[in-house]
Design a protein around this ligand. Structure first.
Ligand code: ZN
Length: 267
């Protein structure tokens, strides 16, 4: 993790050099849109690879760079493992599909439209019914700073301490968005995880590593009484591995791997 730690450290020269190698700038909105859609399709393939799908549940959204109240999302009922750039659909602020012919998951609209509206800084949001995240969510607890990786969420995630059925109501989406506050993630009790970020890359990485941190804490607590990282060290580590830059950078090897192995995702 030393590279990730470097990316989050105070050495802005190093951080800027890393950032310039993979954080592109765009000459026009069309290229920025295409880039977001490519990262989004890759994130779905990775979620499929990691087994985060459960039937038709789960959604990752990317805000459109031109129409800020529209987002790109997966077609309802399509396997994460099959999604290509050309399969993504564009949904407007009324929940209507304005590009693409597939339907949108009503829960995706109810939750993500409200998260994107409440957090103008957020480019992407990810939610899935992954096994360790949903198992951990039943405990109604935040993650503890048990490992270096888990510190990415230290004082930066929340618990939505309620469950009343499938989220189809915009008001409930609003309450979830409110629970996230200005953090990077929320644990939806008896449901699963939701992460947000300033890029698709960062958002997908937070989801992947949060799921693994849930797994690690479940294993550790099943085996004994884990030792927590103390507050000061947890806070320092959070600044190193939990920054927007560190999150985006951590996604790069996964993006490289999935696009090499499954280049059709870019179609
Ligand atoms: Zn769900």
């Amino acid at each position: 993790m030393s590279d990730t730690a470097t990316a989050g450290a105070d050495d802005l020269g190093i951080a800027a050099a890393i950032a310039s190698s993979y954080l592109p700038t765009f000459p026009n909105v069309e290229e920025e849109r295409q880039h977001r859609k490519e990262r989004l399709a890759a994130a779905f393939r990775l979620f499929g690879r990691f087994g985060f799908d459960e039937g038709v549940a789960g959604h990752i959204t990317a805000r459109d760079p031109e129409h800020a109240d529209h987002f790109w999302v997966n077609p309802f009922g399509m396997s994460f493992s099959h999604i290509r750039v050309s399969d993504l659909i564009l949904v407007n602020d009324k929940g209507e599909v304005v590009e693409g012919s597939s339907a949108v998951n009503a829960a995706a609209f109810a939750i993500h439209s409200q998260v994107h509206a409440a957090r103008p800084d957020v480019v992407a949001a990810a939610h899935a019914h992954s096994i360790y995240g949903k198992s951990w969510s039943t405990l109604g607890r935040l993650l503890d700073p048990l490992t270096q990786d888990a510190c990415a969420f230290y004082e930066d995630h929340a618990l939505f301490d309620d469950y009343t059925g499938v989220v189809l109501d915009l008001e409930e989406g609003k309450r979830i968005a409110h629970a996230i506050g200005d953090g990077k993630a929320v644990i939806l009790r008896n449901h699963g995880l939701l992460t947000v970020g300033h890029s698709v890359d960062e958002t997908a990485w937070w989801f992947i590593t949060m799921e693994r941190s849930c797994h690690a804490q479940l294993l550790a607590e099943a085996a004994g009484t884990p030792v927590l990282i103390d507050e000061d060290a947890a806070r320092l580590t959070a600044s190193q591995v939990g920054s927007h830059l560190a999150g985006s950078f951590s996604f790069q090897p996964l993006y490289a791997k999935i696009t090499r192995e499954q280049p059709d995702l870019l179609d």
